[in-house]
Design a protein around this ligand. Sequence first.
Ligand code: G4P
Length: 523
Amino acid sequence: MNRAEEIKKRRTFAIISHPDAGKTTITEQLLKFGGAIREAGTVKARKTGNFAKSDWMDIEKERGISVTSSVMQFDYAGKRVNILDTPGHEDFSEDTYRTLMAVDAAVMVIDSAKGIEAQTKKLFQVVKRRGIPVFTFINKLDRDGREPLDLLSELEDILGIASVPMNWPIGMGKNFQGLYDFYNKRIEVYQPENGERSIEFDENGEIDASHPLTNNPFYAQAMEDAELLLDAGNEFDEKKVLAGQLTPVFFGSALTDFGVETFLDTFLTYAPEPNGHKTVEGELIDPLREEFSGFVFKIQANMDIRHRDRIAFVRIVSGEFERGMGVKLLRTGKQVKLSNVTQFMAESRENVENAVAGDIIGVYDTGTYQVGDTLTTGKLKTPFEPLPTFTPELFMRVTAKNVMKQKSFQKGIEQLVQEGAIQLYKTYTTGEIMLGAVGQLQFEVFKHRMENEYNSEIIMTPLGSKTVRWIRPEDLDEKMSSSRNILARDRFDHPLFLFENDFAMRWFKDKYPDVELMEQFSV
Ligand code: G4P
């Protein structure tokens, strides 16, 4: 197979969801279809920390976060699928957001009883800004949940995305009969009593009137809903799906492995091939371009405690990676050799021989790379556009435990901030150090790395959640600082306020109507 064909086979996506919606369960099912895990339960065992593998960072073991499963690859139906993990919950961090910069599509898993939850909403916003396709899987139909029509309206009302159901549940919970599969024109039977897993439609789009299911009240209800949807709902429109304006919705039950295979088949039919990526000058680098290029979207520290290594995760944008190849790191202009590189299969990290645009590789790093770095074999002169930064919501005040060890403390903070592990702020007048993160785990990893890599013990004092707003330097008046806000500066010395809550921010706006509060700094 030539390189272009290889690239066109790639489907790289992330699954986004609120904790407990069923992401782990569905991931396992997908891997099982891909033959990538022999036993279901592997991903889950990793999540719960029962998986005996010795080379994970301590903190990851404690928290049960799996490293090897952060990128999973398998072959299915002629495609090479890459699933990137986006941890939820306390594990939530900027990495989670940045991972979404490295995928071409997203799958959103929703618990049918809960609808759209907080974390899903946050992750969806990032996906929406990127304009990549989102496919929705509404899970846990084997339990009683909300009305399917309500769930569709929620997609529209809360997330602002139009939806098109690809299948429709017939009953739910104890009364779950199966799925009316609009797309494949059949009914998938949930628990067939007579081995009949699928009922095909006749040319009129109906099932045989003598079929016992036609007497089932839930069937009648589903047919009524379906009619309504076909009349008044959105039509499937591939262009809109690819532009992220329309989300195809699938119902199912990951736990009982119902509807997952149909989902995977249809998803892979429409999921896009690898996208190009823009440089800072706006040039779109095509995946089929000859030269190798890629960008670092995540750096994971100490994956193997014996080697004290880090891994820089690189999304290949164009061309092909070959083991041992020399590439240029555009930020420094230095030539680096990519010899120790892994690719991620579900069961193990494997040393990769080659990989192409769309794939993710893990490059061993001894402090060379930063998040956002561009790697290329030469002709590309301008780096890829910078990865967006995400406004932190949680804050800590940090000091060195041992005041005599200021040097290693400063060095650690400087390097970890540069690497993108955490965000740095200082109180405006006194210069006390505060760190900002989008998830609690970032602080824990920071503390762990300060101690282990920089030999610097630290004291962190929680400041709680805050709302950050930048102001223009010319608007700054130190008198604006009050007990409900902290006047601070970011690492580029831009002035900002950390507000206690929205109430404090409104109070400020009333008091200083001429001062613009900005979500991102701009002059
Ligand atoms: P997450 O990765 O999104 O956090 O969710 P995960 O897959 O771990 O699923 C969260 C819980 O929901 C698990 O139950 C899981 O078994 C259950 N679950 C997932 N999909 C379905 C489904 O289709 N139907 C039903 N009824 N349950 C589902 P748990 O009680 O937390 O774990 P366990 O006791 O099963 O180990």
